[in-house]
Design a protein around this ligand. Sequence first.
Ligand SMILES: [Zn+2]
Length: 237
Amino acid sequence: MSIHTVQYKGIELEFELIRKDVKYINLRVNKHGNVVVSASKKVPFPIIKEFVESKSLWIITHLAEIEKIRQNLPPCGFCNGKTLYYLGNPYCLVISNGPSKIQIQGDKIFMFSTSTTTNALHSEYLSWLKEQANIKFEEILQQIYPLVEPYGILQPTIQIRNMKTLWGSCTTEGNTIRLNLQLMKASQDCIEQVILHELVHFRYKNHGEGFYTLLSLLMPDWKARKNKLESNFKDGV
Ligand SMILES: [Zn+2]
């Protein structure tokens, strides 16, 4: 394989040339936006160059389309090989075609799906994550709640939202705590800290002295857990 360029109205177009046993000359633009030309060894290079030049407009149109698709992809690039965090550990995403199923094995998250677009795969993954979060967050609430029960705090219900910035919030009227789906990426000690923080808000609405005194009493290392959460486990999906 060798790399060459042609000019089209001042635009430089790069192409890869592969000499192989094809009939004459084949030209394609691959999904990464590379122009790949395969040509028979018998075709002299100037003829190949002329051929690519004659296809310039077609190439430019195709490259523009690929760029457009790229820009519509979620910024995360949810694709094979992507590192995903799950309960504090990194996993490598492996996507295969097949009936919908996601399973964790070793250090990999195997995703089977019949979807072909990144957006569809991504939303399938998020709904799976939410199912896991429903179970996990409830389980952690059951473990943490006994700490605050003696302070007359009622056991709230959990709502899960996929949020950009906030880890959690609570509504005292509805007796609900809202947790960020992204917390599923974090280790259990960090999730515990967020849940306890929200539970303590049922007694102290604001971040006053009383709030932090009770939080520190119930979880002396809350700050270390919070710092750990802020600086880890972000995978952007
Ligand atoms: Zn707060």
